[in-house]
Every structure is written in structure tokens, then in C-alpha cells.
Design a protein around this ligand. Structure first.
Ligand code: NAD
Ligand code: UDX
Length: 463
């Protein structure tokens, strides 16, 4: 079966870039990305490509090439679903904030809404592709809704989890380590799998397209994120041990990463992992394990989160301790707010939690991030509900000029590894700071030796 018309529900960090690349690589397929969020769709359609709703290196070029040709962004969800032969569901699946499984389980209400909407509007048979990250066996629930609420159209469900990382989304989509497609092992299921293999096959080598049954595919996505996050928590746990023993976590990471069985990636100690996926997906894994009565499995994975929380707390507490046990009224400059470099995404960013602790200590934070807006930062703090909006506004100032953030500061905290931080005039910064001038590098990006030569007192995570 050759697909000619694709619809993707959800124009977010995954739906937008993924569909842009699919459209660019398949000029013969019409790809329509739909969303309920009118502002987001308007931004995707903005003639100025600098105004796309998400920042990803190289994305403007891909969108610029395909948009209007065979890539469309629209709020007309029903129409796009009905016209398509293949519908991707790429909506958010956040951690539940209410009811059973609160704080652990994935909230599948947006998924269910999509399934009901697809069933309601479909007048022809379709392949439904789970692009969102979902608990294992969700396809069963989607199938039940489609089969029981539809108009007689037939549906095949595929699981096609996305492995892109933000900040490198376009690069990852263009040359994925693998594409994973799970489906029913029946003639119709295998035919659906084949149709999706052909969509990716225009640019991904066939041997890098893995096909499995549905449940293996669903569970592999949670597993991949759990393993990646576990590596970060493992190296972060050792960063604390390095600090008390005189070992250097970067040297330890390099030494163990040379072992081909361990590998060099994802061994960078940090102030803690953030992002919309790791915490949510591990909590979900813990919840699923518990729901099957597998308490030892659940406890094992929960420790990855516990270590990550510990890392964020200990970074903030170290700032307070070093600044003579009080930061009350002191200006602390934040370099970076995004959860990693090259993205404007701040979901679960360590910066938010470090700021929250320092605000509790009555610090006066001045933050600069090259891509994150003031509105986003205030929204992140308000979301925690630790204090009211006015208090967050009073405690946090957001500036567009890094030198303004750093002037007169008692301490600098590096929360994101943006490359531009390395290029600053650090002598000038030192001259304009309070003394002693403290730097807390939560990302190990600055040149410690050069900074110490200037006169800074430098703390680097894991050293
Ligand atoms: P997002 O919040 O950026 O985007 C989701 C979009 O879906 C939103 O714009 C929302 O308005 C829209 N939406 C929700 N319900 C809708 C409905 N019923 N109809 C139309 N639109 C609707 O989320 P995201 O970061 O793109 O993540 C989407 C999924 O992909 C999640 O399951 C996530 O776990 C997974 N994932 C994310 C990443 C990542 O790096 N962000 C990577 C891999 C997988
Ligand atoms: C992650 C997965 O990598 C990706 O495959 C999946 O599809 C979505 O979740 P993402 O969250 O976008 O991607 O970014 P990632 O590069 O994995 O970084 C996650 C967090 O871990 C960031 O806060 C990052 O700074 C941190 N990290 C990563 C470290 O602290 N050290 C490392 O060595 C690697």
C-alpha cells in the first residue's frame, strides 16, 4: 500500500519536526499537521521562519522547503483526519496530576480524545500510528475505542515511537540510529507496517528500520529513555563521590567510556537531567511495574529519579553553603534556563528547581537564556505553586543581555550548556562582580583553570 496523505494530530516538539522531515523526504505525500492550539498553528504558518513555535537548529530550512508544497499546518482537525490514509497521534502524554496514579501514571486523556475523534470522523479505512510515548498495551485501548465508536471504517494500529532528542531533532530525524515500528502480526498488520516502512524508506536504510510486535515497540520506548536517564543518574551519583575524594568525574567518564561495552555517550555529569521525557517516562515505568505487583522492579527504576532530585538539591544547597550560609538579598546570576542547549524548551529543567530553592532562601535571581522568554520562566515557577506570582516576579528578574545579568552578582550559576557562555569576556565579568566572585558550573562548560587565573572561585560539578 502506498501512502499519499498523512495527518498528524499534535504540532508540538515531536509532531512538527517529524512531519516536516517526512514531508521534505516524501514530496509525493501530502502531510497535514493539525492542532487545537490556534496560536501554535499560526506560528508554524508564519512567513518569517524565525517565528516557528519551537527552536531547533536546521528546522527553519526543512519547513521552508516543504511548507506550502506538501506540508501544511492547520486547525481543521476533522477534515485532515478524514482525508488521510495514515494518522499519526503525536499529542502530549504528561504525568497525571489527579486521581489514581497521580504523579506517576501517564495521563492518556488526550490520546483517548484523539481516538474518539478519529473514530467519529473517519469515513474510510486508516492506519493509526502511535507517535506519542505510551504505556505498554495502550494500542489495545485505542483499538477498542476505534472499533466500538466508529462508523464501520477499519483501523490498523502501529506503534512508531520517536527517539529524537531536542536540540538535535533535525539531525536525529535525518539520520536516526533506528526507526522502530510495531504492529499486529497478522496479514493486515504486516501490510500496515510495510506502508510505514516505505514512508521512512525514502531516506532511512532498510536495515535501520526495526519491525516488532506492538507491545515490544511500546515498551522499547520507555526502556530506551529509562536506560539513558539511568546513565545520567549513575554518573551524577559518582560526581558527588568525586567531589569528596579528589577524583574528577570528567576523567572517570572518559576512562569508563573507552570501554566499548559502556560507550562514551551520556556520561556527562550535570546539575540533573530535565526535559519532558525522562522523568515522565520513568515514573510511568515505575507505575506500570507496580501495577503488575513488581515492586522490586519499580523501586529499582525509581532510584533514577531520586538521584536526579538529589543532584538538583545538592547543587542549590552548595550555593547557599558556599555563600556563607546565606543568599538572602544576594544577586545570583543564572546563565541558562532551558533543560539543555539549542532548545527553547524548559520542561522539567533543573534551572526551575534550583531557582525555587534559592528563592526560598530569599535570593535575588537574575536570569539570562538566549532562547527562553521571561514569560516562560515566570510560568515555570508559577507552575510549581511554591509561592504566589507576585513573589516569583519579585524574586526573579529576566534580562536579554548576559552582562546585565552578571553585573554586581555575588555568584554565577551555569544551568544550561549554551556554547556562547564560553565566549564571554570573563575578565570584564569578574571586574564587575561582587568579591569573592563565585562561579557554580552545573554543566562543566567553562574553563575552570582560566577562570581561577582571573580570580574567580570556581565550583564545577564532580570536581
Ligand atoms: P507537545 O506538548 O509539544 O505537543 C503536543 C501537541 O498536541 C500540543 O500542541 C497540543 O495542543 C496538541 N494536542 C493535544 N491534544 C490534542 C487534540 N485532541 N487534538 C489536536 N491537538 C492536540 O508535546 P511533544 O513534546 O511534542 O510530545 C508529544 C509526545 O511525544 C509525548 O507523548 C512525548 O512523550 C513524546 N516524545 C517527546 C519527545 C520530545 O523530545 N519532546 C521525544 C520523543 C517522544
Ligand atoms: C530524550 C532522549 O534522548 C530521546 O531519545 C527521546 O526521544 C526524548 O528524551 P531529550 O530529553 O530531548 O531526549 O534530550 P537528551 O539529550 O536526552 O537530554 C535529557 C537531559 O539529560 C538534559 O537535561 C541533558 O542536559 C541531560 N544529560 C544528557 C546530562 O545531564 N548528561 C548527559 O550525559 C546527557
Amino acid at each position: 500500500m502506498k501512502i499519499k496523505n498523512i495527518c498528524c494530530i499534535g504540532a508540538g516538539y515531536v509532531g512538527g519536526p517529524t512531519m516536516a522531515v517526512i514531508a521534505q523526504k516524501n514530496p509525493g505525500i501530502k502531510v497535514t499537521v493539525v492542532d487545537l492550539n490556534v496560536e501554535r498553528i499560526a506560528a508554524w504558518n508564519d512567513t518569517n521562519l524565525d517565528n516557528l513555535p519551537i527552536y531547533e537548529p536546521g528546522l527553519d530550512k526543512v519547513v521552508g522547503e516543504a511548507r506550502g508544497r506538501n506540508l501544511f499546518f492547520s486547525t481543521e482537525v476533522d477534515k485532515a483526519i478524514d482525508e488521510a490514509e495514515m494518522v499519526f497521534i503525536s499529542v502530549n502524554t504528561p504525568t497525571k496530576t489527579y486521581g489514581v496514579g497521580k504523579g506517576m501514571a501517564a495521563d492518556l486523556k488526550y490520546i483517548e480524545l484523539c481516538a474518539r475523534q478519529i473514530a467519529r470522523v473517519s469515513t474510510s479505512n486508516k492506519i493509526i500510528v502511535e507517535k506519542s510515548t505510551l504505556p505498554v498495551r495502550t494500542a489495545q485501548a485505542i483499538k477498542s475505542i476505534l472499533d466500538n465508536t466508529g462508523n464501520g471504517a477499519k483501523f490498523q494500529i502501529l506503534s512508531n515511537p520517536e527517539f529524537l532528542a531536542e536540540g538535535t531533532a533535525v539531525e536525529d530525524l535525518m539520520a536516526p540510529d533506528r526507526v522502530l515500528i510495531g504492529g499486529e502480526q497478522t496479514p493486515e498488520g504486516l501490510e500496515a507496517i510495510d506502508a510505514l516502512v516505505n514512508v521512512y524508506g525514502t531516506w532511512v536504510a532498510k536495515e535501520n528500520i526495526i519491525t516488532t510486535n506492538l507491545w515490544s515497540s511500546e515498551l522499547s520506548k520507555l526502556t530506551a529513555n529509562a536506560f539513558l536517564a539511568q546513565r545520567v543518574s549513575s554518573i551524577n551519583s559518582l560526581s558527588e563521590l568525586c567531589e569528596v575524594t579528589g577524583a574528577d568525574v570528567n576523567e572517570v567518564g572518559r576512562a569508563i567510556g573507552k570501554d566499548s561495552r559502556i560507550g562514551p555517550k551520556f556520561l556527562k555529569a550535570s546539575v540533573g537531567f530535565g526535559g519532558s521525557c525522562f522523568q515522565k517516562d520513568i515514573l510511568n515505568l515505575v507505575y506500570i511495574s507496580k501495577s503488575y505487583g513488581l515492586d522490586a522492579v519499580a523501586d529499582y527504576w525509581e532510584q533514577v529519579i531520586i538521584m536526579n532530585d538529589h543532584q538538583k538539591h545538592r547543587f542549590a544547597k552548595n550555593i547557599v553553603k558556599t555563600l556563607y550560609n546565606t543568599v538572602s538579598g544576594k544577586k545570583i546570576a543564572f546563565l541558562g534556563w532551558a533543560f539543555k542547549k539549542d532548545t527553547n524548551d524548559t520542561r522539567e529543567s533543573a534551572a526551575i528547581y534550583v531557582a525555587d530553592i534559592l528563592l526560598d532562601e530569599q535570593a535575588s535571581i537574575v536570569a539570562y537564556d538566549p532562547k527562553v522568554t521571561a514569560q516562560q520562566m515566570y510560568g515555570d515557577l508559577d507552575y510549581l505553586q511554591t509561592r504566589d506570582t507576585a513573589s516569583n516576579k519579585k524574586g526573579l528578574t529576566v534580562v536579554n543581555d548576559p552582562y546585565e545579568a552578571l553585573e554586581d552578582a555575588h555568584a554565577i550559576a551555569v544551568l544550561t550548556e549554551w556554547d556562547e557562555f564560553k565566549t564571554y569576556d570573563w575578565q570584564k565579568i569578574y571586574d564587575n562582580m561582587q568579591k569573592p566572585a563565585f562561579v557554580f558550573d552545573g554543566r562543566s562548560v567553562l574553563d575552570k583553570v582560566a577562570l581561577e587565573k582571573i580570580g574567580f572561585q570556581v565550583y564545577v560539578i564532580g570536581q
